[in-house]
Design a protein around this ligand. Sequence first.
Ligand code: ADP
Length: 345
Amino acid sequence: MPPDEPHLISESELALVADHASIGLIRFDAALRVRSANLAAHHALERRPGTLARRTLMETFVDHRLEELVRSAAAGESGSFESDAVDRSSILVRARPAAGGGAWVIIENISELVRLRRMRSEFIDNLSHELRTPLANVRLLTEMLMDDLENEEVSTRVRERVATIDIETGHLVQMINELLDLSRIEQASTVVRHDEVLVPPLVEASMRRLRTFAERQGVVLIELVPDDLPPISGDEERLDQLLMNLLHNAIKFSPEGGTVTVTTDEHPDGVVISVADQGVGIPRKDQARVFERFYKVDRARQRGQGGTGLGLAIARHIAEAHGGRIWLESDEGKGSTFSFSLPFA
Ligand code: ADP
């Protein structure tokens, strides 16, 4: 080749390069047959090298959900799908529309990631279990100590120290319970119940339980849920937990004299439930992150209430396990509105 000619890579050279890549690549043509597939793709789909060429979608994938993914990509809609079978290797498949029709499919082996995720969950689960019993004992002993001190002549300083131990132990117990909850919900995110649940009693029940806390904070709770709202499909206990988390936060971050309002918005296929407060709000830069585990905006703002940073992570898992979504709108200094969607029964 003359030295000044543009250097084009031929298709066979590209195929050679692709065979050295560790991620699987498949190019489907407009008729959705395999035009080319690299070695890693054969490996990921457990095929002998060279046997994928000219295969149809159905012959390529065992899982029909992958077929759907590629069909959508060829129709212009990119997507991804994670299959984490317990006994086989786990793969992450991404599909993108290809120029000139058809689709590109990118397959990554994520078995190691899935194994680590499972290990993390199990580790948290075991650790929380181990910590629970001794902590429960410390808590019980602190309570007994407080009772004993009632009738004793001791200085205020001693009383205050014991009271602080009681409060801090309470925080630890709450944190451990939430950690356990989160790891359980993560491990079984697809197995929530799908009962018919009426929204108004659900909202009333969680508000009733938080009334004392709200009164102590000087916050007024308002419920604006129409009585004739059709039932939704869900797990009452989990949904109660979700609402309690949102309401508890809304009250906790409200100023004295503020209101916390629950409203609903009916859509053709479901309902959006919103919890609005007039509290400190959440800065824009933190808004995307508050649903992460342990994320807290600013520890100094919390009026000395502690908190684990797990409540919203749990809330998100519950909403998603119901096939819904959770999001927030917030103006710093003016308030926040957390909303989640649920399908009708
Ligand atoms: P925490 O136990 O700290 O409340 P969450 O996961 O429930 O944990 O919330 C994470 C963080 O998001 C909180 O620490 C707080 O900074 C912020 N946050 C949550 N809800 C509100 C709210 N209604 N108003 C202002 N900030 C909030």
